[in-house]
Design a protein around this ligand. Structure first.
Ligand code: NAD
Length: 292
């Protein structure tokens, strides 16, 4: 398989390395010299533009920060759709809005190129270990074609429905996560201020109806979960600014379909505050600092 990989950052860099480890030829492009150097050291073929990478490839994977970058890489001046062979497959794993990938897929269809969305969960650790979950939006035939590639970078491939539904699954999950983390932070902070020991409180919550991933695995109070970012100064986790981005995608998507997201909007405000200055890079569980 000849694969073009565009966007070799924290996630894409490790994902491309897993493709290289499994013996694939990977043509890579990124704006960052440092990212390209790591990719080259791992055995990747460095290319001078998205088009240079794509013209050699049967499959293109993109892992970019936001929708404007995805648009540019597929449709821009140096965009890959202009050079790809008919019958090629494009997989966008960035977290973006569902409409952008649907529009790109429509344009690609006129050239007989398949485009699907496959955003991920599992974070940088999952990217490194090759244990990501991919939420795939594609027709049945395209989903089947993604399996041999995505299984080299992930453990769990979920077919969510038509193009765009992978993004729908991703942003709805992260909407719930942002709200549930803030709810646990609020409850923990209140309990401690009212005089209960945080470990005792977490023990009760985790054997009661308040229990959730944010309370049990990733508790925002320091020292409750040994391996959670809260127990190492909120470093090396899922940055608050990335949570803010995902909440923004969910709130915007809700506006498109005239759906209210009362809690989502309130939590978005809190993450806007958290994403100013140094706290922007802290793990999203640092939202508990706003209750100090
Ligand atoms: P990152 O900023 O580390 O990497 C993005 C890379 O894209 C950078 O190296 C940047 O130079 C490159 N880039 C930007 N514009 C480009 C262009 N026009 N052409 C080529 N390269 C370009 O970000 P990341 O953490 O790897 O995240 C990538 C995507 O994955 C985002 O959409 C993010 O929301 C999503 N995501 C991240 C995580 C995480 O834990 N980091 C988890 C799940 C999903």
């Amino acid at each position: 398989m000849k694969i073009a990989f565009i966007g070799l950052g924290n996630m894409g860099g490790s994902m491309a390395q897993n493709l290289l480890k499994s013996g694939q030829t990977v043509f890579g492009y990124d704006l960052s010299e440092v990212a390209l150097q790591h990719f080259s050291e791992a055995g990747g073929v460095v290319c001078a533009s998205p088009q240079a990478a794509a013209k050699e490839a049967d499959v293109v994977i993109t892992m970019l920060p936001a929708a404007q970058h995805v648009r540019e890489v597929y449709l821009g001046e140096n965009g890959v759709l202009a050079v790809l062979k008919a019958g090629s497959l494009c997989i966008d794993s960035s977290t973006i809005d569902p409409q952008t990938i649907q529009q790109i897929a429509e344009i690609a269809k006129t050239k007989n190129i398949a485009v699907c969305d496959a955003p991920v969960s599992g974070g940088t650790l999952g990217a490194k270990d090759g244990t990501l979950t991919f939420m795939v939006g594609a027709d049945d035939e395209t989903f089947a074609a993604t399996k041999p590639v995505l299984s080299l970078m992930g453990k769990n491939l979920v077919h969510c429905g038509a193009v765009g539904t992978g993004q729908v699954a991703k942003i709805c999950n992260n909407l719930i996560l942002g709200i549930s983390m803030t709810a646990v932070a609020e409850g923990m902070a209140l309990g401690v201020k009212l005089g209960i020991d945080p470990k005792a409180l977490a023990g009760v919550i985790n054997s009661s109806t308040g229990r959730c991933w944010s309370s049990e695995i990733y508790n925002p109070w320091p020292g409750i979960c040994e391996n959670a970012p809260a127990s190492r100064g909120y470093s090396d986790g899922f940055a608050s600014q990335l949570m803010l981005k995902d909440l923004g995608l969910a709130v915007d998507a809700a506006k498109h379909v005239d759906q209210s997201v009362v809690l989502g909007e309130k939590v978005q405000e809190m993450y806007q505050k958290q994403s100013v200055g140094d706290t922007a890079r802290l793990d999203f569980s640092s939202i508990i600092q706003q209750y100090a």
